[in-house]
Ligand binder design. Structure first.
Ligand code: GLA
Length: 348
């Protein structure tokens, strides 16, 4: 018997680097997918996997430690399931994906969620979508070794296309928020893929933990009064300032969407970008130029989306088709990722 499942990529609209601070996020799924098909394996105690994108097959013992390649993600999922007492027999995976790599739209979370969904089906596991997201995050942080938050796995597992997922990453309470009908979202890849993403991410995360410890709170989510962070040393004061104000922007952004105030939402995106650039220092010049150009050509809002140090911006525009050619002329390396110009994936 075989089982197949897919999971989408995402863009985050507001709430960057807040998820590992127990804060608020507002991501939305993008129509790019990773599909995983699982079948019984031929070799006892082994995982065998074929990644169509690389034309590569890898074979490894089910109890192997991470190797630093793409098989770590699905094997991490298997490892976390086995650690939870679920027996996983020898298996063979086929992985297909049209999610652009290195774009910061969460190809790794999609791979984890698709793997866990396929395993849920294959082994008839009693796991709900929230549990799938939590297991995927554990696979990535505990096995792969990337200390991510829960946003990407939650939106890949629970998101609804065309809607934003407003998520409290502390309680995991969430609800869907309609996107404006008068405007379109655009996701544009800057053309910059930074190899340092993981190091920078880890460093920001530990700066936030140090800031929270210095303030005597479990996490920066617990700070509302900005004057409390004034006494923190550099750069912890700036990091904390980003997180505290970014949490507010998510709450204000949800309120703006719910009252139909697109201009206010766009303004919050602009402020979020400035905060990521100036306080959190996760942007790069190419991304800043792209954001400026997006706004100059009429976007209501534009900001770096995802982990940073390169990757994509997300922008809010009345008419993407009229806007994109001018932005592309300013930024020849940039690529429009969403809306998709090619035929959307129809698999799964
Ligand atoms: C990456 C991580 C997420 C989140 C974002 C930044 O995508 O996987 O958990 O921290 O960066 O908002």
């Amino acid at each position: 018997m075989t089982a197949s499942a897919r999971a989408p990529a995402r863009a985050n609209l507001l709430g960057e680097h807040t998820d590992y601070n127990d804060g608020f996020v507002l991501p939305t799924p993008l129509p790019y997918f990773t599909t995983v098909t699982v079948a019984p394996g031929n070799q006892a105690g082994m995982i065998e996997a074929f990644a169509a994108r690389f034309g590569q097959t890898l074979v490894r013992p089910l109890d192997a430690p991470r190797q630093g390649d793409w098989l770590d993600y699905p094997l991490g999922c298997v490892t976390i399931l086995r650690a939870a007492g679920i027996e996983v027999p020898a298996l063979r995976l086929t992985i297909e994906s049209d999610i652009p790599m290195g774009a910061g739209i969460s190809s790794s979370a999609a791979l984890e969620v698709a793997t866990l969904r396929a395993l849920r089906r294959w082994l008839d596991l009693p796991l709900d979508d929230e549990k799938i997201a939590l297991l995927g995050q554990r696979a990535e942080s505990e096995y792969v070794g990337m200390p991510c938050g829960i946003m990407d796995q939650m939106v890949s597992s629970l998101g609804t296309p065309g809607q934003a997922l407003f998520l409290d990453t502390r309680s995991l309470a969430h609800r869907l928020v309609a996107l404006p009908s008068s405007h379109q979202l655009a996701v544009v890849h800057s053309g910059v893929t930074h190899k340092l993403t993981e190091g920078g991410y880890r460093q920001r995360r530990s700066e936030c933990e140090r800031a929270a410890a210095a303030l005597g709170v479990p996490s920066l989510r617990d700070i509302n009064d900005l004057s409390r962070i004034d006494g923190l040393p550099e750069p912890l004061n700036h990091r904390a300032h980003h997180v505290v104000t970014e949490n507010r922007r998510v709450l204000d952004g949800v309120a703006a969407l719910e009252r139909g105030d697109v201009a206010a939402f766009g303004q919050l995106m602009v402020e979020s970008h400035a905060s990521q650039r100036d306080d959190y220092a996760v942007s790069v010049p190419e991304i800043d130029a792209l954001v400026d150009s997006a706004l100059h050509h009429g976007a209501l809002g534009a900001r770096l989306t995802g982990g940073g140090f390169g990757g994509c911006i997300v922008a809010l525009i009345e008419d993407v088709e009229a806007w994109w050619p001018a932005v592309q002329t300013d930024n020849p390396r940039a690529k429009l990722v969403f809306p998709r110009s090619d035929k959307e994936s129809t698999d799964g």
